[in-house]
Ligand binder design. Sequence first.
Ligand SMILES: Cc1ncc(COP(=O)(O)O)c(C=O)c1O
Length: 431
Amino acid sequence: MLMKQGMQAGCSRSAPMLNSKTGIMRACRRCPQGARRQLTVQATAAPEKPAPAYHQWYQPAGKGESFYTGDDGYQYVDNMRVDDVRQQVPESPFYLYSKRRITNNYMAYKKALEGLDSIIGYAVKANNNMVIMKHLQQLGSGAVLVSGNELKAALAVGFDPTRTIFNGNGKLPWELELAVDKGVLINIDSEFDFDNIKAAAKKLNKPAKTLLRINPDVDPEVHSYVSTGLASSKFGIRNSHLQWFLDEIKKEPLVQLVGVHSHLGSTIKKVNIFRDAAIIMCNVLQRINSEGFQLQYLNIGGGLGIDYDHNPENKIPTPTDLIDTVRPYVKDLGLTLVIEPGRSMVASSSALVNTVTGVKTNGNKNFIVVDGSMSALIRPSLYDAYQHIDLTAPNSNPPQVFDVVGPVCESADFLGKDRTLPTPSEYRLEV
Ligand SMILES: Cc1ncc(COP(=O)(O)O)c(C=O)c1O
């Protein structure tokens, strides 16, 4: 059974390699935490079709890239049959990723930014699998981080620290010291955060390059758990206190203000939301410059929506839609645009491959019990998020309505509710 777009979610303030699994290179339960095993996978190849274009941003890319149903009814990833991969992976569940899709997602951002001075900062919290991080680094990406451990991981895979941004509302002194030492761009999130950044810069006697995290107070129209840019949010400075920050920064030669930052939230589906925020951010930037600063960076965060429900009617903004909201301002003001895509870089590339343990009914409701659970994929349990579910092999059994659940002793442990699927028959559904 396949959970599409199984983006790893949850706390990113974790050890760099925790929870990272992929069918190609993945965490091994028998090895010490974080150790990985390389698997060489041989799989039935689907007939080659022309590679899909990355402008098909919000739709399944089609045959040959990412996850799709082949003409034979089997699920494929990048021309490999998922069941063939499964047979060579001794454990279940596991995350499986499409390298092609990640590459094309990155290229879509790169193309959208043509003609602008820019940094694409991959928000590592979306998936800190170091193979994926390395791949994006090799493509030219920078990194966006929220913990010292993520910074260590980013350095380990070779990200250029000067194209790296350290966010967060609770950064610790040692994390800030590491960031200052490496020349990372650091967001100022609050008064105490400013004090800690200042202290780190003084301790190392090195300049801290900072951006002020502003709250544009624009409603991203997403679940409240992934909404971060409202005035009520725990992130960013009090906008009414902007002048205080500017005055304090002016007094501190080791704290250099080089830009402004905002991040509205995740899974945003309307481009006008980005446009409204961009206008506010550009006004703030110009106000700050009128105080004698010369800001270089406009950081508009991440947040592009994801086609989690595989609905062709969904019109999700593309990277080009996003960038075009700020392109004229960035050009006119001679700025470097920073973007922080996380989910949109990886979510459409991934699936959690589960094995069916059994099928049961309580008389009213049918359940497919799989070996994956909320501990591998928290989004459905945490905020009722929809994850698309497919069988990996063709199955001619009559469809029924099921809840797809895991084995954890919490009724919150479900991966999908009320899904119409063919009744799994033993091994047919083993996927
Ligand atoms: C500051 C910041 N930047 C970027 C991101 C990435 O957002 P997304 O994964 O929606 O692109 C997040 C996600 O929470 C974030 O908090």
